[in-house]
Design a protein around this ligand. Structure first.
Ligand SMILES: *Cc1c(COP(=O)(O)O)cnc(C)c1O
Length: 400
């Protein structure tokens, strides 16, 4: 029997969502008459847009006819989709070549798989709290991780500490779970830090389409110099309801080079291309047609309407926090509201309190890192009626 990778023993049990489910089902069993509202949902709830569904149907029809049937496609994605993504980037003033864009089955795989390109000796800088994928994939790969703290004092937007060196830096903006979003000056500082340290920034922009503040950057490439140090991951999961349909894209600029320990240079774009061609056979043609439809005029309108629906819910939650004087981030450029647990409770105590007194389910901040111990995440992915009702209950248990 082969020996296993012992680094798997170092992974923390992903006990967050199973523990939440366990406590909710115990509550429902002992309180069958109470209705439970879930604001812990980390998945979209609205169906795919009409334009997207039409594209799925017609691509399926093409696949059933010999003349238009497609087998293996290009590992990097079809040109029609890479061109659609390229024009989406041009709406933020970012110019990319299509061969810098790689279509994939989502941002989770790519943010994990990109670790294939880097030496195990690299030091990885990861914010806390954050999306758990970055920590787990680097733990599996046996890399040294240094954490940077997101706290109320820095509005959950940690900035570079020049006394610490990192080779790989993960940034998620707008952030899951905090909803906080870096501005231009802050990204300028991160890009400068990366260039000074010969580091690469792995920039997760899965929530780019939720940015409503016109001054905030949608892409790290809006910062000059980022094309020499940053890889950007994006996804249609939250933008257009593709969590079950699966399509994302990763930008690896041709200007980024990485060095071996003896100083030889490699192009990261060529390495990622090689990695994908070796281990990945592309996204289904049907799904790529659906993804391209998202970037059409009608498709974008439908995606924006879905996002507007979620953001109306986010505003209902944020308004409640404002009225009750609770400290929070997010809710404006992100579907997440991250707030300080009232009454000095820790996040699991507050979880139980909210469930038992109000029948509302959220996500304890402790599940996203040590700095989340006294914070709590609510999401905008339920419907309006339930969100309003949940916030009415929230107000009634928080008032004296
Ligand atoms: C939802 C989410 C993604 C998207 O992942 P997919 O694999 O594309 O569905 C990526 N990053 C973060 C931080 C997310 O919350």
């Amino acid at each position: 029997m082969a020996n296993f990778n012992e680094k798997f023993l170092d992974l923390k049990e992903s006990y967050l969502f199973s523990e939440v489910a366990k406590r909710v089902s115990a509550f429902q069993q002992s309180n069958p008459e109470k209705s439970v509202i879930r604001l812990g949902i980390g998945d979209v709830t609205l169906p795919l847009g009409k334009t997207v569904v039409q594209a799925l149907h017609s691509a399926a029809d093409e696949m059933g006819v010999a003349e238009s049937f497609r087998g293996y496609g290009p590992e990097q994605g079809y040109d029609f989709l890479r061109e659609a993504i390229q024009s989406h980037y041009s709406t933020f003033g970012v110019k990319l070549d299509t061969d810098e864009i790689f279509v994939s089955d989502g941002a989770k795989s790519d943010t994990g798989n990109i670790t294939d390109l880097f030496s195990k000796d690299n030091t990885v800088m990861i914010p806390d709290p954050v999306y758990p994928v970055y920590v787990d994939t680097n733990t599996m790969n046996d890399r040294n991780i240094v954490y940077i703290n997101g706290t109320a004092e820095n509005d959950f937007l940690p900035m570079p500490d020049r006394s610490v060196h990192a080779d790989i830096i993960y940034i998620c903006s707008p952030n899951n779970p905090t909803g906080a979003c870096y501005n231009r000056a802050q990204l300028r500082e991160w890009v400068d830090y990366a260039l000074e340290n010969d580091a690469v920034i792995l920039f997760d922009s899965a929530y780019e389409c939720f940015i409503s503040d016109s001054g905030l950057p949608h892409s790290i490439y809006e910062t000059e110099g980022a094309e020499r140090c940053a890889v950007e991951f994006c996804s249609l999961s939250k933008t257009a309801g593709f969590t079950g349909t699966r399509c994302g894209y990763t930008v690896v600029p041709k200007a980024i080079t990485s060095k071996s320990s003896d100083g030889r240079e490699m192009s990261l774009n060529k390495m990622w291309n090689r990695r994908q061609c070796t281990k990945f056979n592309g996204v289904p043609y049907i799904v790529q047609r659906a993804a391209a439809a998202v970037f059409s005029e009608d498709g974008m309108k439908e995606a924006k309407a879905m996002i507007a629906h979620y953001m109306e819910n986010a505003k209902i939650i944020a308004d409640t926090m404002n009225d009750l004087g609770i400290r929070y981030t997010g809710g404006i450029n992100s579907p997440y509201i991250w707030f300080e647990c009232p009454f000095g409770m820790d996040s699991w105590q507050f979880f139980d309190f909210l469930l038992e007194k109000a029948g509302v389910v959220g996500t304890p901040g402790a599940g996203f890192g040590m700095n989340g111990n006294n914070w709590f995440r609510l999401t905008a992915f339920n419907n309006k009626e339930n969100t309003v009702e949940a916030m009415n209950r929230f107000r009634s248990i928080l008032k004296k």
